[in-house]
Write a protein that binds this ligand. Structure first.
Ligand SMILES: [Zn+2]
Ligand SMILES: [Zn+2]
Length: 276
C-alpha cells in the first residue's frame, strides 16, 4: 500500500499534468479532495465545496483555474442573461420584453470565459470525458440553487441529430445529467422527484452548427429541428431542459416549442455556460 502511494507520488512528480486550457504543465495536489472521489458520504459532499476551482483542479493549472465567472444577480429573470450594471435587482431584459421566450426561466452555471469555454470544448469535441463528472457536479449544484428537486418531472437533455451523434459518439447534454438522481440522494439526502427523459426529444432536422450565426439566423437555422418522441408520455409534465451552452436561447426556445405542442405544462432551461 505504502509502495503504491510512493509510486503515485513519484509518478506525479515526474509526470506533471497538462493544463487543458493553456497546455502548461502543473502538479495536482488536490486529488484526495473529497470532491474528486466517487464514494463520498453526504457529509463530505457539501454543496459549498462544489466550486469550479475545486472540481477542475486536476485538469487546469492554477492561473486557468481562476478564470471563471459565476452567474450572480442582477440577471434577467427570464433568460438569465447577466446585466452589465452590477446594481439593482433581477428583472426582465429588453430582449425578453420584445421577444418573449416560450420557456419559463433559463439559468447557467457560468458566464462565458476562456477557461469555461475551453473545458466545454475539450469535453465536447476532444473527447475528454473525464470532464463529465466535474461538469455534472457543477450543473447539479446550480440546479438546487434555483429549483427544488420536485419542481419538475423530467430532466431532458437537448438531443443531437443521429448523424452528429454517430460522429461524436455521445450526447454531451445527456452525459451531463445521467447521474442527477444519484447526486440528488448524495447531496441532499432526498430522492429526486424527477426522471431523466433521454429519449423524449428528437432532433429530426439536420442543421448547421449555430456557432458564428446571428440571432435571426440562429432562429431560422434551428426552426423545426426538434420533435417529441410519440411513444413518450409528456402531457402536463414539467420539464427541465439541459444543454452545454446558452447563447441567444434559440435552441432552447425551439425545444420548448416542440414540447409545448406535445402538451407539457412548463419548460425551464439549465446550461453550463451563458452569454453576457
Ligand atoms: Zn492553464
Ligand atoms: Zn432576458
Amino acid at each position: 500500500m505504502l509502495f503504491i502511494r510512493l509510486a503515485e507520488i513519484f509518478k506525479k512528480a515526474v509526470f506533471p499534468s497538462k493544463c487543458i486550457v493553456c497546455g502548461s504543465f502543473f502538479h495536482v495536489f488536490s486529488e484526495n479532495d473529497p470532491v474528486h472521489q466517487k464514494n463520498y458520504s453526504d457529509k463530505k459532499y457539501e454543496i459549498e465545496n462544489i466550486t469550479f476551482e475545486r472540481v477542475m483542479s486536476p485538469f487546469l493549472c492554477s492561473s486557468c483555474l481562476v478564470d471563471y465567472l459565476p452567474v450572480e444577480s442582477p440577471f434577467c429573470s427570464s433568460c438569465g442573461i447577466v446585466f452589465k450594471s452590477r446594481e439593482g435587482t433581477d428583472h426582465i431584459c429588453q430582449k425578453c420584453i420584445e421577444h418573449p421566450k416560450r420557456f419559463g426561466k433559463a439559468r447557467s452555471v457560468f458566464l462565458y470565459s476562456k477557461s469555461v469555454m475551453e473545458v466545454i470544448h475539450s469535453f465536447k469535441y476532444k473527447g475528454k470525458l473525464q470532464l463529465a463528472d466535474p461538469l455534472e457536479l457543477l450543473l447539479f449544484s446550480v440546479l438546487i440553487r434555483y429549483w427544488g428537486l420536485n419542481d419538475f418531472d423530467l430532466v431532458v437533455p437537448v438531443p443531437l441529430h443521429p448523424k452528429r451523434f454517430r460522429s461524436r459518439g455521445f450526447n454531451q447534454a445527456y452525459i451531463l445529467v445521467k447521474n442527477f438522481k444519484k447526486l440528488a440522494e448524495l447531496i441532499t439526502a432526498a430522492p429526486a422527484g424527477f426522471d431523466i427523459g433521454r429519449d423524449i426529444l428528437q432532433r429530426t432536422k439536420w442543421t448547421q452548427p449555430q456557432t458564428g450565426l446571428g440571432r435571426e439566423e440562429r432562429i431560422k437555422n434551428i426552426k423545426g429541428a426538434f420533435t417529441v418522441n410519440k411513444h413518450c408520455k409528456v402531457k402536463k409534465t414539467r420539464i427541465l431542459l439541459i444543454d452545454d451552452v446558452y447563447t441567444t436561447g434559440a435552441t432552447a426556445d425551439e425545444c420548448a416549442k416542440a414540447l409545448f405542442e406535445a402538451g407539457v405544462q412548463s419548460v425551464d432551461v439549465l446550461t453550463i455556460a451563458g452569454a453576457i
